[in-house]
Structures are given as structure tokens and as C-alpha cells.
Design a protein around this ligand. Structure first.
Ligand code: LIP
Length: 287
């Protein structure tokens, strides 16, 4: 499905806004992280946690995007959203990699994407501009539809990103796991089938950073079942604009059923093996 860009919308303007507010939120979650940070609440399970900083980060993003882009919609992982009239919706993850943030592991990001279509309906939306900021390393990954993907650490050092494309047996493969025990059991069985077929696995703990690692070549390929729009929206565009195919297992838009990202050849090879393994393990929904 090709969803048109609304008239008068310039992705270059949107990506500048995305990067600016993602950097601001990143600064907040690092500078104001309370020393006694704990779990404010849980969502789908006891391990699906929200900290006070997740909500504070999202509140900042909502406020700043309302100031900078008052006609746009807003949809975030945590509470609070807004309808818009411009045809653009901001899909944000205020802290992607919340468990890493809670444990002090420096692999988390603020993900901010401007999308067209309906992000609440799988396959009915796509990103047109996005930024993923790791506030600990200072890495800022940005992309615009048709405009390429870049990674900067300090002002002025932006580098254009290009994916690798290796054979599957030599591919460093990223993945992740859900918060539900039965899903994790299924994901473990799928992983067991895949592990002998790739170089190795890395579980970084942030889908947004996983997708950006595919874009910069520090992962060759990535797959995960269960991603929400806010986990993948900006990273999807960064990876795709760096030359990755980013799809579900059937070659359509990535969805919560499966997100698969990599250079064309390794994406095809992983998709084929993953399809075999899922067929052998049995589809999760059939169990
Ligand atoms: C995380 C994802 C990650 C997944 C984790 C978690 P969160 O998002 O980015 O890929 O494996 O289970 O869902 O919950 O930290 O925003």
C-alpha cells in the first residue's frame, strides 16, 4: 500500500523536528534520572514495566510536538495522545529499551517518527521522517522518505548509512523477546531453530536501536515478533533508507506479527529459514 504524502509536507522539515525533540527528551531521561528509579507501573505482565521517566519523556514529546507541529496527530507508547488534521501523526517511544534504562544498561533510545496513514491499523501506515537518539552514546540516527539515512554523534559529523548484505551463515542477527511467558517460550523455540543457521545472535533490548544497527552495518539482519508501531516506526525508516528490506514474513509492511530487516539477499535468506522454522515449531497463534 502506497500512502501519499499530504500536500505541502516536507520530510526534511519533519526530520529536523523529530531530531530536536528526541534529543531534548533524551537529555531529560539522562539528566533527571532519579537515583532511586523504580517501576512506576506494569502493563502486559510483571516484566513489562513503566518508569516515571517513560511518562515524563512522553509528556515532554507531546508538549513540544504540539508547540512545533500543532496540526499533527500524536500517538505514544504511554498514556496521552492527540488527533490531528494535517495527515501527519507523530508515533513516539519515549524510552525504547525501558528495561535497559531501569537497569542502567546504556542501550536505550528515544524514537520519534512522523507517519502517514493510520498507525493503529497494521499495514495501513508508513513513516516519512524519523529520529532515533541514544542519549548515552550521543548517537542520532535520522532518515527521510527517499532522502537516505544518517548517523551523527557530534554536530557536523553525520555519516550516510548503508546496510551490509552477507550470506546468512555469516550474518550477525539481532532479535528480541516479548513480555509474555508463553510468547517467550515460542520465541525461544524459534531461536533454537535459527541459531545454527547464523553467525551469532545479539539481543540488544531496543528494537529502535536494533533497526538502526542494521542500517549502520553493526548488525547484518534483525527479526522480532511482537513489535508495536512505536518500537519500529523510526527505525523502520532508518533501516529502509540505508538499503534494507523491512517487511513481515510475507513481504508486506512490518507488523506485530513479524518484523524482518536486512540487505536484500540476507533478508530473503532469513525470511526463508524463519518461515521453515516457524512452520516446524508451529505458529504461535495455533498453540
Ligand atoms: C522493547 C523493544 C524490544 C523488545 C523488548 C521491548 P520497550 O520495547 O524495543 O525490541 O525485545 O521486549 O518490547 O518495552 O522497551 O519500549
Amino acid at each position: 500500500m502506497t500512502i501519499p504524502l499530504p500536500e505541502g509536507i516536507d520530510p526534511r522539515v519533519l526530520v529536523a523536528v523529530a531530531e530536536q525533540v528526541a534529543v531534548e527528551a533524551g537529555r531529560l531521561i539522562v539528566d533527571e534520572r532519579p537515583p532511586d528509579l523504580g517501576v512506576a507501573e506494569t502493563k502486559s505482565s510483571a516484566t513489562d514495566v513503566v518508569t516515571v521517566m517513560d511518562q515524563r519523556s512522553q509528556d515532554l514529546l507531546l508538549t513540544r510536538l504540539a508547540e512545533l507541529r500543532p496540526q499533527d496527530g500524536f500517538a505514544g507508547e504511554e498514556r496521552g495522545g492527540r488527533a490531528g488534521s494535517s495527515g501527519i501523526t507523530w508515533v513516539v517511544d519515549p524510552i525504547d529499551g525501558t528495561v535497559n534504562y531501569l537497569y542502567g544498561i546504556p542501550a536505550y533510545a528515544v524514537s520519534v517518527a512522523a507517519v502517514v496513514g493510520d498507525p493503529s491499523t497494521a499495514g495501513a501506515w508508513r513513516p516519512v521522517a524519523g529520529a532515533v537518539v541514544n542519549p548515552v552514546t550521543g548517537e542520532r540516527f535520522t532518515a527521510t522518505l527517499g532522502g537516505g539515512a544518517r548517523r551523527a554523534v557530534r554536530d557536523g559529523d553525520a555519516r550516510t548509512l548503508r546496510v551490509t548484505d552477507t550470506e546468512l551463515g555469516l550474518a550477525l542477527c539481532g532479535t528480541g523477546f516479548g513480555y509474555d511467558a508463553e510468547r517467550r517460550r515460542w520465541q525461544g523455540e524459534v531461536l533454537a531453530g535459527l541459531l545454527p543457521r547464523v553467525r551469532d545472535i545479539r539481543r540488544l533490548g531496543s528494537a529502535a536501536l536494533d533497526l538502526c544497527r542494521v542500517a549502520d552495518g553493526s548488525l547484518d539482519v534483525y527479526y522480532e515478533r511482537g513489535l508495536n508501531p512505536w518500537d519500529m516506526a523510526a527505525g523502520w525508516l532508518v533501516a529502509a533508507e540505508a538499503g534494507a528490506l523491512v517487511t513481515d514474513l510475507d513481504g508486506g509492511h512490518p507488523t506485530d506479527t513479524m518484523t524482518l530487516a536486512g540487505g536484500p539477499a540476507v533478508h530473503r535468506a532469513l525470511g526463508s529459514v524463519l518461515g521453515e522454522v516457524v512452520a516446524h515449531v508451529g505458529r504461535e497463534i495455533d498453540r
